[in-house]
Design a protein around this ligand. Structure first.
Ligand code: LLP
Length: 419
């Protein structure tokens, strides 16, 4: 399912709704989400794991990719839980009525306050990242008559081929503990009667195209599983994290969710079997393709060295090109007929605010629409107030209908808590 359809002489549509109509109705910049694609991706994850794991699997939506109540509710209705990384994300997941046992809480610098909040809300598991966190959990529990379930995050020593800011499984990382230290921690946990050890957590990075990295990870997890079994410690759950990539441009060729499930499952069949609950935590691959962003073209410039087309948004609504050099595909809706190569710039006060460098397409006119694709993940969530640009609205489309699921901010909102 690709969200955009176009028949010659007809409007560009998403979810059966005309895109220019959405621009007129809600203004630009505008985040547009296609519900059918969200559901399609969720079902793909569920069906792929179910095939090999029957009921012994859980898909947690990593809500950092798109922390919107309506999106989380849609996934919840298909049986997905939520992975949260802060107290704020936990609050959002709870506000979307995700059952607390379906919420897992990870993060490398959880505060006492966040830990207490998670324990009081009875989350499904706290994913312990380090020894200090273990001490904090013990401290919080010493004041309460309650228990908490935990996973322990290991460093699997797997280096994946993705941007260095979003690699997490290599030897030198701030996330998790080396396996030997994790084993020591797990033995300590096992002496506590209120901290229930459930299993092992891992996450090797984001925007990953290579399934063999997950196969290697499954081998590492199997080794840890066996090691713990030999010490009479039962491992009920293991998480392979998230990270499956999506296509941003024609050159990107991400693997299929079904292939990931089959390869991981085969590896575990070879090593330890399937006698544990398999957890995965996708973010980007659930929501990335469901989103597009609609802009208006404001101005053009023809320099000898390069041509520029500037739009009414930019790094505030999509920081990924300037932060990671991320590439995007775009489409311009114009009556212009001159093919050109030009850079698509945002409106922000930085030369680095370029959404797409050297785009080739029709030279547009001010007022024309520009669509960037695959903006469902880490665009809205990494939005910034730089240059005091109110956050764009988010509209959900389905079967020819559209509705706002996040309101556009106005100038007053920019004053926020300012005194
Ligand atoms: N699990 C853990 C423990 C994570 O840290 C993450 C993402 C995920 C799951 C979900 O990963 P995904 O399936 O979305 O790749 N801001 C960056 C991405 C950072 C990912 C952080 N962790 C970007 O815009 O590319």
């Amino acid at each position: 399912v690709y969200p955009i359809t176009f028949k010659k002489d007809e409007d560009y549509k998403i979810g059966g709704v005309s895109i220019p109509y959405l621009g007129e109705k809600y203004g630009t910049p505008l985040y547009i989400l296609d519900k059918e694609t969200l559901i399609f991706q969720a079902q793909k994850y569920i069906n792929s794991w179910k095939k090999y794991y029957k009921n012994k699997y859980k898909v947690l939506f990593a809500i950092k990719a798109l922390p919107i109540l309506e999106v989380i509710r849609i996934f919840k209705n298909y049986g997905l839980g939520a992975l949260v990384s802060t107290g704020g994300e936990l609050y959002i997941a709870l506000s979307a009525n995700v059952p607390s046992e379906d919420i897992y809480f990870h993060g490398n610098a959880k505060t006492l306050k966040e830990i207490e909040y998670a324990i009081d809300q009875k989350v499904g598991a706290i994913i312990i990242d380090n020894f200090d966190e273990y001490e904090k959990i013990k401290y919080v529990l010493s004041k309460k008559d309650t228990k908490v379930k935990v996973l322990v995050r290991i460093i699997p020593n797997i280096e994946v081929n993705t941007h260095k800011s979003i690699r997490t499984g290599q030897t030198d990382t701030k996330f998790g503990l080396p396996i030997e230290q994790a084993l020591v921690l797990i033995e300590k946990i096992n002496t506590e009667k209120n901290i229930i050890f459930k299993g092992i957590h891992s996450h090797i990075g984001s925007q990953i195209f290579d399934i063999s990295a997950y196969v290697k990870l499954s081998e590492v997890l199997s080794e840890v599983y066996k090691e713990l079994n030999s010490k009479n410690i039962t491992v009920e759950e293991m998480s392979i994290g998230g990270g499956l990539g999506v296509a941003y441009t024609k050159e990107d060729n991400p693997p299929d969710i079904e292939d990931l499930a089959r390869e991981v499952s085969n590896k575990f069949s070879e090593t330890i079997g399937h006698n544990f609950k398999l957890i995965c935590e996708p973010g980007r691959s659930l929501v990335g393709r469901a989103g597009i962003t609609l802009y208006r073209i404001e101005s053009r410039k023809e320099l000898g060295i390069r041509k520029y087309v500037s739009v009414d948004g930019g790094m505030s609504d999509n920081i990924r090109p300037s932060l990671y050099g991320a590439k995007y595909s775009a489409l311009i809706i114009t009556k212009g007929d001159r093919e050109e190569i030009f850079s698509i710039a945002g409106k922000h006060c930085e030369s680095g605010d370029i959404l797409i460098k050297d785009f080739s397409g029709l030279w547009p006119n001010p007022g024309d629409y520009l669509i960037t694709f695959t903006t469902g993940a880490y665009n809205f969530s990494m939005y910034t107030w730089y240059n005091a640009t109110p956050r764009p609205a988010v509209v959900l489309v389905e079967n020819g209908k559209d509705r706002i699921i996040v309101k556009r901010e106005n100038y007053e909102d920019l004053l926020g808590g300012q005194i």
